[in-house]
Design a binder for this molecule. Structure first.
Ligand SMILES: NC(=O)c1ccc[n+]([C@@H]2O[C@H](COP(=O)([O-])OP(=O)(O)OC[C@H]3O[C@@H](n4cnc5c(N)ncnc54)[C@H](O)[C@@H]3O)[C@@H](O)[C@H]2O)c1
Length: 317
């Protein structure tokens, strides 16, 4: 029988030393701010540590410039930290060649995990993705095998980004087994500052995404997460004890659609077996996020303005 390991948790956040890779990115900058507000001693490590992105950055946060694929730079950066939040990477297929994406995300994550294991950090939280299953970005017209789907959805991968996220989760399991490194992966969905421009920028984004590739949105269960909630989920992953190296889906509990979820499933996935999903609840099981991390999202599109929700009839009219 396999030895049962557990992943975490970091003790009190105040006074802890936390390295955040990708600290200049969308989610990373929010995590840096949240940890700093809670009294952590935060170091950001990013290849683009630009002053232009510094608005609202905590003045006492140390900033290091380097690539997560550079083993020496990463080892130096990790030294002396209690925990690592690893968010650096190329966050989508449009961010580089397949080789660039796989190198930054798969090799980069492995380098960070190895360095963290050697340095004896207490906890490492890393960015996986709802794309780890490979379904949303698949080059074939695939759909989940059932709704609601969960983290055990069988994989079907055809692209470098999803493959890199799958590799991250495999690496996490390996290092947890070998070193007892405490790791938790978060399968973020579409993450944005949904409040920007009163929510209109996000509303435009989801309408465009639905119009361009409705199958992909169905594979993601029409999920999203505001960046503040993404940071809160990351904090929860740092501070909660979890089974060894789990990947945890995190999302707002309701879709960005105006229609009922049953209606959306009938339109876009009529042949997929499903359990009844009430109202606008996402057709994704968030049980792990709730039971392991006690995470519940708090920022919702409909609270900004119900008219911001995407109307499937308008898209197809
Ligand atoms: N935003 C989303 O919708 C979303 C969804 C699922 C998963 N994720 C994952 O979450 C993580 C963070 O995403 P984000 O939206 O904040 O992306 P982002 O592009 O805003 O930030 C990523 C940061 O990583 C840095 N970076 C890239 N390659 C690097 C390297 N080799 N070395 C050091 N730094 C490097 C970039 O400079 C950038 O600041 C990524 O791993 C992404 O794949 C994001």
């Amino acid at each position: 029988m396999k030895q049962q390991l557990s992943a975490g948790p970091l003790g009190p956040v105040a006074g802890s030393r936390v390295l955040v890779t990708g600290g200049d990115g969308l989610i990373g900058a929010q995590v840096v701010r949240l940890l700093s507000e809670l009294g952590a001693d935060v170091t950001s490590f990013d290849q683009n540590a630009q002053e232009a992105t510094s608005a609202g950055y905590p003045p006492d946060c140390s900033r290091l410039t380097g690539s997560v694929t550079d083993r020496d730079a990463v080892q130096k950066a990790v030294a002396g930290h209690d925990a690592v939040v690893h968010l650096a990477g190329l966050a989508g297929l449009d961010r580089g060649s397949p080789e660039d994406i796989y190198a930054a995300n798969a090799l980069g994550t492995f380098v960070v995990m190895e360095a963290a294991a050697r340095a004896g950090v207490v906890k490492l939280v890393y960015a996986s993705s709802i794309n780890a299953s490979g379904l949303p970005l698949n080059s074939h017209p695939v759909l989940p095998t059932r709704y609601p789907f969960d983290e055990d959805q069988p994989i079907d991968i055809t692209d470098a980004y999803s493959l890199s996220k799958h590799a991250n989760e495999a690496a996490a399991r390996a290092l947890s087994r070998r070193n007892g490194l405490a790791l938790t992966g978060l399968r973020y969905p579409l993450v944005r500052d949904i409040t920007a421009a009163g929510g209109t920028a996000f509303a435009r984004h989801i309408r465009r995404a639905l119009y361009d590739d409705p199958r992909r949105q169905a594979c993601e269960g029409w999920t999203y997460l505001d960046v503040r909630d993404a940071a809160a989920a990351t904090l929860a992953a740092l501070t909660h004890d979890t089974p060894a190296a789990p990947a945890v889906l995190v999302a707002a509990p309701r879709t960005y659609l105006r229609q009922q979820t049953e209606d959306a499933l009938r339109r876009f996935a009529p042949t997929v077996p499903r359990e009844f999903v009430p109202d606008r609840v996402v057709p994704v099981r968030l049980d792990r996020a709730e039971s392991l991390l006690e995470f519940h999202a708090t920022v919702f599109l409909e609270d900004l303005d119900p008219d911001l929700l995407a109307d499937l009839d308008e898209l197809t009219a």
